[in-house]
Design a protein around this ligand. Sequence first.
Ligand code: FES
Ligand SMILES: [Fe+2]
Length: 461
Amino acid sequence: MNYSARKSVGDAIASTEELAEPVTIGVDAYISPEYARAERDRLWRKTWLQAGRVEDIPEIGSYLTYEILDDSILIIRTSADEIKAYYNVCAHRGRRLVDTPPGARNARGKRMRFVCGFHSWTYDLNGRCVYIQDKELWQGALNDENTRLGRVKCDSWGGFIWINMDPDCETLLEYLDPAPELLNPYQLQNMRCRWRKWIIFDCNWKVALEAFDEIYHVPGTHPEFLAFSDFPGWARNHGKHSNIGYDAPRAMDENQQAKLRIGTGDARVSTAEMQIYTWEAANTNTTPTLLNAALRLRDELPEGTPPNEVLQYWLKSAKADDAARGVIWPDVEPAHNAKAGTAWQIFPNTQIGHAVNNMLCYQARPYQYDPNKCIFEAAVYELYPEGEAPESEWQYTKREQWPPVLQQDFANMAAVQLGMKNGGFRGTQPNPYRERAIPSLHYNLSKYMGEGAPRKLPKEG
Ligand code: FES
Ligand SMILES: [Fe+2]
């Protein structure tokens, strides 16, 4: 594998501390068919993968499936407090046990028994095969062990279900460290989905994820947002994972919505305008409560109120509005917010954009073994009063039907993939401070894949 026109400009970085160095990353990880094929065994079958939400399987017997390349995993609630995962394949002759309905992202439903569609071998929630037609003809050779469904490691954190196909893997909490410590105060497990959409892109899964793991692209890709901020983003490495956030005055870190700095002029008006644009054009990172509270600012605050006071009043009144309908935002210290940032990239392929009252999650997975295609998905969550969360299902959504701001991001995907394959491209050169999540991903990928660590760019002088 050597698609890079410039394979080695400097030493490969050898520790996470060196991720602050200017680096270049070769294109093999993005465009090589051999690399894409090797990811199955070295990456996808070795890492904890975010496979769904706990609330999607609320009752005993509720199940969903998660597909990653050739592997399909069946995840079942087996008791009020236990979720188990199995390989979704019948032990008899290998029929996939639960089919994904045509056009659906995954299967989801409720059953107390799983009957194979081929010869009716039947499994209980614990994966035991409880019915085998003509079992005696196997002359006693079939037993619980060779007829049960294969177990897959499964655990939950943050309201998400995670699976790992490596029987010798570290625990989920060890793997996620230090993300849980920094994200637990946001109580992500209490959020419920407002919408979730998926699409297939003509780009590698890393190209899709990397379009969302930095804020550096905002002026170039989303110029409309410049009316509200100049977007000084940072990115930090945390072992396998990374996070991003804003270099903003302390008071602005109080909430993710506050990440958009309120410009000059009437802050009451610009806050409302920013909220209207964010709600209508992105439908992410805000909620109806925040929007409505912003729309009232002009009536509730005198002209000339300083921006900081507008911001604090806005968040306080939105918080009170939510409390009045039984939606309690967790209290998170400003200093903690500043550390936790606005989004976490959980290795290898999940991003969680957290806030005290909403979250925006992305995931990208390979589409078959084609390095030039991926399945991309986005899900938006918020806090709802008990029992009032809407029913949501994954919707395959054509590009032109996504919120316009996301379409701006999508417009780069195939073009980046094409550019990566251009013989004149010398490898990526991410911003060492604002785009460090990218070398962080590739450094960690190299640990699993055995190649592709970012290399230092020589510095002049
Ligand atoms: S393959 Fe499942 S019962 Fe035969
Ligand atoms: Fe974007």
